[in-house]
Structure formats: structure tokens, C-alpha cells
Design a protein around this ligand. Sequence first.
Ligand code: MG
Length: 372
Amino acid sequence: MKISRIRIFQVDLPMKEGAYSWSTQSFSAFDSTVVLIDTDEGLTGVGESCPLGPSYLAAYAEGVRTGVSVLAPGLMGEDPTQLDKVNLRMDELLKGHPYVKSAIDMACWDILGKATGMPVYQLLGGRLQERVQLFKVVARADPGLMAERFVEYRQSGFDHFQIKVGEHPETDIERFRRVLAEMQPGDVVDADANTGWKQHDALRVVGAVEQMFQERQLSCFIEQPCLSYEECLAVRQHTNLPVILDECMDGLPILLRGHRDNAMDLINLKINRMGGLTRARQVRDLCVQLGIVMTIEDSWGGEIATSAIAHLAQSTPRAFHFQSSAFHDYASIAIASGGPQVADGYMTAPSEPGLGVDPLMDVLRKPVCEFH
Ligand code: MG
């Protein structure tokens, strides 16, 4: 089987709630790139990469499209079902830029699934979970509004929440206090600072909130308090709250260093930060062997990226899967049909061959670029 055509589409994903705010950033929509790969045997695969704005990670939306344009001519004639070979070829053509390669890698997994008649979770190891635990993001807002949304989301079936902090320490402590007042036994809160605190601010916040949660015997995780690995490690060494590392976990070397330093209890594994499902699976499998529990997600996306998340999470042992996000649930438009089903705080990957999503061509419209 040979790649015969690559098409690149741009689509905006507007937020249902009007805006999505975290740390010091806020957006009303995210710019996503969808890649369709056609083959000489008539199969088409679909992938998606959607950075969370241009200044969150070293990734930006225009960069996805430019990067795929750089890679596409060199991928013509390659066999999309030979995933490692495709990834090595991409590395020969372009150094780095994993978020670019992710959309292509995802589309190739979709083709492999369609060619073999198997859903991607089966190809990634099997259906190890019946359904995938979701978390709902309580976006950064006024502390009172965050507490109100927390209650609203719980009523819609969620019991895992990610509250966005990482702004001003005093306001953040108030956010913890207001949300804690609404928590019920069994609720799990992951406070994600998204690198927003300086080390001394982080130490102040975790010092203040640790006792609050322990007194109520409720569960609170601290996610990526500061920008650098070293700052996060210092925070980790001063708190009993479990720590999740996200933004600084961008490959195997730092994962192994974190494991050796006992720098985290969990990691947040984002598919496009690793370069796609092929590389994310390597990290996932290593984490399982090392005993590291994972949040499995992507930086953002619609039904296509969320389906990839669902397949990777569903093929991960329950004991090593903390939670995932259903990003398509936050958008006011759909870009594909047949995506993961969401109900009662859980999602289920489609069981059709491949990723199980069909892009809505009237939404994607004309490709911004096309290669034969
Ligand atoms: Mg995070």
C-alpha cells in the first residue's frame, strides 16, 4: 500500500462556554489542523493536531500546516501501515516538531486499522478498559464561578475535575478553598498550574492547601506547578500532595530522569507532544513497566484527536490510567461523526476499524494545501 495524496485542512474549534482560560492564557477558539491521507488501495486515514495556542508549548497551528507541507512530498509512495518506517522517514525529513508529525502518524494508524479491519485500541494492545475515566476542566475564572461550575459539572456526571490555577497565589488559594467547600467524598481534584507559578509561589500555595485537603480527607493532585523540571522537583520535595508532571515530560530521557529522581507520581501524556500514537505508545508502555500512572490526552482537538486519545486510553491497563479528556465535548462545532461516546463522566472509543471517525467535509471545506 502506498500513500498517494495528502490533504491539509484548517478548522477553528470555538468554545461552548465562550472561552477557555488557564494559567495566564485565554482563548475563545483553537485553530486545528486535520490531515487526510489517501492510498493507492482506496483507503483514507485521518489525523488531527491542535496546539493550545502559540505560546503554551513549543507548537503553533500554522506550524502544523507548514510542517506537514514540508513532510508530505517525501512521504508519497511510503507504506502508511509500516508505522515505524513512516516515523523514521519523517525524522529524516524534519528534525523535531513532534506536534506536526502527530497528525500524520495518527492518520497512518487509522489506515492500518481500516486495512486490517481492527479498531486502533486493538492494534495498540487490546481493549484493556471497558470505558475511559474522564475529567472535566474547570477553566480559570473568578473563584466563585469556578465553584459554581464545579457543582454543575458534577451534576452532569463527572467525579474527576481539573481546576485551572497558576495565576496569582492568593487568588489561587481562594480557588482551592471555594472548590473544596463543594467537594464530596469520592471527588478527585487535580489542580493544574500549567507552569504558571514561580517556585516560591508554588511552595506557598501547596503549603496552604495541603492541610485543607488532608483535614477533609479529600483527594487533590498538583499538576506542573512551575515551568522547569527542576522547580517542579523542588515543589515535589516540599509537599505530600501527589504530583503530576505534564509540560516538561516531552520524551523518554526526561521521563527516565523523573523516575530516577522520584519527581512525580503521575505524568500527563499528550499524544502530539510525543509525535503521535507510535511514540506515545512507547512512553505509555514504559510507564506501565515503571509503575507510573498516566493522564492520557492531547494538547487539544476535535472528534479526531479525541478518538485517538480514547483508543490509547482504552488499551491502557485501568490501574495505570488516571483520567483523560474528551476535547470535542468543549467545542460548539463537530468536525467528524462517529467519535467517542461520552456519558456519565466516561468515554468509549468507537469499535469500527481504525479511529472510527468520519470527517465532516462540509465543515472542513476545501484543503488549504494538497500533495499528490
Ligand atoms: Mg496539564
